[in-house]
Design a protein around this ligand. Structure first.
Ligand code: CA
Length: 702
């Protein structure tokens, strides 16, 4: 296997792929941000989309060190001001007509927390309500900021245990008198929960624990925990947290005062390690309907009972009124990672339909009578490695889908990829590290001629590693059209009353489709990879379409051919279009730095180099990749002599922690750092991590 493939497999293993959309719908706004990604007053349509050009661009976001980390936030526009976030949870207020920067709120997030995330120091946006902008920070705080001045009104700690890898990349949501936020860390040994804080004072209103805690640590915090505990083995791996993190989707319905929270995968991933006696393991991979004032559960629906495949149900949830089976229903819709598209009555929680929107092999179907999936034998990797669709990245991840009431269709950014899943024999807890309990690989990168892989592929659909946009009829449960293939990990979607569907992609293109039939109406090359969903707004009779561009997140360590970030600079940019605007400025070429020869004094013995290679695989490769031009993180084979001189101070002393390079002194000794350095300084062996290192990483970490 090549190193590239190893890195991809290793990265894929770490794909909890967190993220979240964020922002409140302003009252009366034509933009339905949280509930549909739909713009109801569009003057831009098929007849004039060719005239779309740039109104303004903002590229002044905070970048720490040299690492670009991608934009995942869809902006919120209220009263002519655009509020959005960039990497490191920094909030920007911009004049939405001109792009002029009005203020910046930098919460000075602790850079050490980059190590506590699966998927980069990104942020999925703000909520805005009644003159206050709410943002949650990577290091776990929730802040209320004055919308006019950017002045912090209050800031509160949302984390219950700072010795664990909690971090926040998601957007808070205002729900009645509270603001609600969850957190991430489901790959790293945490216990998930959602918290609500009084939106005026920041005082804790309620906290809903999504999974039970270690019974030895104290009584259950609320009745739902006791109810959930019945579905867990009493001898569950409480030391690994249980998971269930609510890292993205939170939606509020003011009519019923219900806040809906999507919950994540188990920790560790495989139920055979997590809860050996089995059980549904509530409330993993579920939609929770909670009373917004009390936090008490109204109903729940678990999409993936006994989840072992990282099938989070944190993907965005859409509200709609529609007729199902001849009856008008207020529905909530979700396309979670597990590949089924769910339509539920959002008042009662009744399951109305669940059909496959992508290739799914972990379950045959969902039984509408019981509401439960019919799980397949193919999904069971407790005794041997199995090939399962979808991958840990899911059939759909955080880039939002959109719903258009006029076409009646949901537009889903769909990932098509299977994965090999292998159960780890054991999984110890290790601080600030991936402890997911399984080893996984994207099957499309496996060698089909390898006998072991050939055996896994036998009788299974041919592996893919692709992304498409699918138009989905939620009433019939059928695909209406599918776009051409675009690179994996492309962006979220918005749609308009004029029938347009707009989506960016990793290759740096913004594509405008006819929502009825999928015809491509316009392709705009931005030259910067796009992940977030665009949004639209109007000022003084002019419609604007805002497109956050900047690649990063889960795939920031290894860029693939075809991705804009592979060949072009990847500065985060917010590009706003209008009819009659200017041409787009393409991002420039990515600068190429030469490999550097390390100072001779840092070389070590062959034994040190070998040991250093294994340490690199276990601790560093997840971000830094190999010696080839890999992703956004610094290439350690290109360190300047003075960086070599500071090596121990960086790795153990945390000298670059502000930029996201945390101290590793809790897991590495000075001797470890020296051997690591010897590996990186070794001029004899090819300057790349050894095969064993990547294998060790897969065994020990994923
Ligand atoms: Ca996950």
């Amino acid at each position: 296997m090549t190193m590239v493939r190893n890195m991809i497999l290793a990265l894929a293993a770490a794909l909890p792929l967190a993220a979240c959309g964020g922002g409140s719908d302003a009252g009366g706004s034509a933009w339905m941000r949280e509930t549909a990604y739909y713009y109801s007053a569009s003057e831009v349509d098929a007849s004039n989309v060719a005239d779309l050009g740039v109104a303004w661009e903002f590229d002044g976001m905070v970048v720490r060190g040299r690492t670009n980390r991608g934009l995942e936030a869809t902006p919120v526009v209220v009263d002519g001001v655009m509020y959005t976030t960039g990497p490191w949870s920094v909030v920007y207020a911009l004049d939405a007509k001109t792009g002029k920067q009005l203020w910046t709120y930098d919460p000075e997030t602790d850079g050490q927390f980059a190590r506590r995330t699966c998927c980069d120091a990104v942020n999925r946006g703000v909520a805005v309500d009644d003159g206050v902008v709410y943002v949650a920070t990577l290091d776990g705080y929730l802040a209320g900021v004055d919308a006019k001045t950017g002045k912090e009104l209050w800031k509160t700690d949302t984390i219950t245990d700072r010795t664990r890898s909690y971090a926040i990349t998601g957007a808070p949501r205002v729900a009645g008198r509270n603001v609600v936020i969850g957190n991430g860390g489901g790959e790293m040994g945490v216990r998930g929960y959602a918290s609500a804080f009084d939106k005026k004072t920041g005082k804790l209103a309620w906290r809903f624990y999504i999974v039970p805690g270690d019974p030895a640590a104290g009584p259950d915090e609320h009745p739902e925990v006791t109810e959930a505990r019945k579905t867990w083995d009493p001898k569950s791996r409480w030391d690994l947290g249980g998971g269930g993190t609510a890292w993205d989707s939170i939606v509020y319905d003011p009519d019923t005062n219900i806040v809906y929270v999507g919950t994540g995968n188990g920790s560790p991933h495989p139920i055979w390690l997590r809860s050996p006696a089995g059980g549904d393991n509530l409330y993993l991979s579920s939609i929770l309907a909670l009373d917004a004032d009390s936090g008490r559960k109204k109903w729940h629906y678990q999409t993936t009972p006994s989840d072992s495949w990282d099938y989070t149900a944190t993907q965005n949830m859409i509200f709609a009124d529609m007729e199902i089976g001849g009856k008008p229903r207020k529905v909530i819709m979700q396309a979670p990672k597990n590949g089924f598209f769910y339509v539920l009555d959002r008042v009662t929680g009744e399951l109305l339909s669940a059909e496959k929107y992508t290739t799914v092999t972990w379950a045959d179907r969902v039984d509408l009578k019981t509401g439960r999936p019919v799980i397949s034998a193919q999904s069971d990797f407790s005794k041997e490695t199995k090939l399962v669709w979808p991958s840990e990245a899911g059939g759909h991840n955080w880039p939002p889908m959109a719903y258009n009431a006029k076409t009646g269709l949901v537009y889903i950014p769909v990932l098509e990829a299977p994965m090999t899943f292998t159960l780890n024999a054991e999984q110890a807890y290790r601080p600030y590290s991936v402890v997911q309990g399984s080893s996984t690989g994207l099957a499309a990168f496996g060698d089909p001629n390898d006998p072991a892989m050939a055996k896994l592929l036998k009788g299974q659909p041919k592996p893919k590693f692709e992304q498409v946009l699918k138009a989905w009829d939620p009433v019939t449960g059928k695909i209406v059209w599918t776009s051409k293939v675009m690179p994996f990990w492309s962006g979220g979607v918005m749609t308009t009353s004029s029938g347009l569907v707009i989506q960016g992609s990793a290759d740096g293109f913004l594509t405008v489709y006819d929502g009825k039939d999928g015809k491509v109406l316009r392709r705009i090359n931005i030259g910067t990879g796009i992940m977030a969903a665009p949004m639209a707004y109007e000022i003084d009779g002019t419609q604007y379409i805002a497109v956050p561009a900047g690649f990063g997140g889960a795939f920031n360590s290894y860029y693939l051919p075809g991705w804009a970030a592979k060949t072009r600079e990847n500065n985060p940019r917010l590009i706003v279009f209008k009819l009659g605007g200017e041409p787009v400025r393409l991002a420039g070429p990515r600068p190429k730095l030469p490999l550097m020869v390390a100072p001779a004094k840092y070389r070590g013995s062959p034994a040190q180099v070998a040991r250093g290679a294994a340490l690199y695989g276990a601790n560093c490769g997840r971000c830094h990749g190999d010696h080839t031009e890999s992703g956004s993180y610094p290439n350690l084979w290109k360190m300047a002599p003075e960086t070599h001189d500071a090596f121990e101070n960086i790795v153990l002393g945390g000298a670059f922690s502000y930029a996201g390079m945390a101290s590793f002194k809790d897991v590495l000794s000075p001797a470890d750092a020296r051997d690591l350095h010897a590996f990186l300084a070794d001029p004899v062996a090819p300057p790349a991590p050894q095969e064993e290192a990547a294998a060790a990483e897969r065994r020990s970490l994923h």
